[in-house]
Design a protein around this ligand. Structure first.
Ligand SMILES: Cc1cc2nc3c(=O)[nH]c(=O)nc-3n(C[C@H](O)[C@H](O)[C@H](O)COP(=O)(O)O)c2cc1C
Length: 213
């Protein structure tokens, strides 16, 4: 049985365009994985608190020395990490807000990047990600047009961060130009939806190669 972790970050929750694309993929994935497990993490409905000195200190404290408050902080972070570890596939809805990833996603990242848990340093100082063997699909929605240009401030950051945790197999689908005009919006969404559908077909074909009837 496969596990899919769906992370959405739109301020509009399920109605955000990035969430809709993510959910389109997840709905189709459920059809081809009827026994699969889907874990939903909506960072707008349940925001992760911003990291602060107290929370960071709790994550660094030795287990035997943690106060009850620190234990609660670590347990919360552990639960987020556990979802990631369980997932075979991670689906991320990614709006662009002011040229960056949503602040809710950054807060989430600050709780899951943990030395000795999701990455470690070798003796030579190289970082090694510990969340390996997973596929990540990113469904990005933007008002403007940035794909493939130096102005795309999200893609490189996200690839770098995910790779730091060992998540190297990352594929992006972009719905762009959503604020340019009605026509550009419709075309951008239609293109992205068609790409989502192709990804699902590919997933289905892969499953058959691995042994469907
Ligand atoms: C607060 C805010 C900031 C935005 N900043 C940008 C931006 O910097 N660049 C851009 O292309 N679109 C920007 N947009 C447009 C969004 O990227 C677009 O509406 C997209 O659909 C958001 O994804 P969502 O519908 O999943 O929330 C912004 C929208 C909002 C609400």
């Amino acid at each position: 049985m496969k596990t899919l972790l769906e992370i959405t970050t739109s301020i509009f929750s399920d109605s955000g365009q990035s969430s809709r694309l993510a959910k389109r993929f997840v709905a189709a994935w459920r059809q081809i994985n009827p026994d699969g497990e889907v874990i939903v993490r909506d960072l707008t409905k349940e925001p992760v608190p911003h990291i602060d000195a107290g929370r960071f200190g709790a994550l660094l404290a030795k287990p035997a020395e943690r106060t009850p408050e620190q234990q609660a902080v670590v347990a919360y972070s552990d639960a987020l990490v556990e979802e990631l570890k369980r997932a075979d596939i991670i689906v991320l809805g990614l709006p662009m807000y002011n040229f960056a990833v949503p602040s809710t996603l950054k807060a989430y990242f600050d709780h899951i990047a943990r030395a000795g848990v999701t990455f470690r340093y070798t003796e030579t100082g190289t970082a090694v990600g510990l969340l390996t063997g997973k596929k990540v699909y990113v469904f990005a929605a933007r008002g403007g047009l940035y794909g493939g240009t130096a102005s795309d401030s999200q893609t490189q950051y996200l690839r770098h961060f995910l790779s730091f945790l060992g998540l190297d197999d990352v594929e992006f689908v972009y719905a762009e130009g959503l604020a340019v005009s009605d026509t550009a919006r419709q075309e951008g969404i239609a293109r992205a939806e068609a790409q989502v559908d192709r990804l699902v077909q590919r997933e289905a074909a892969r499953m058959c190669e691995c042994g469907c009837d």
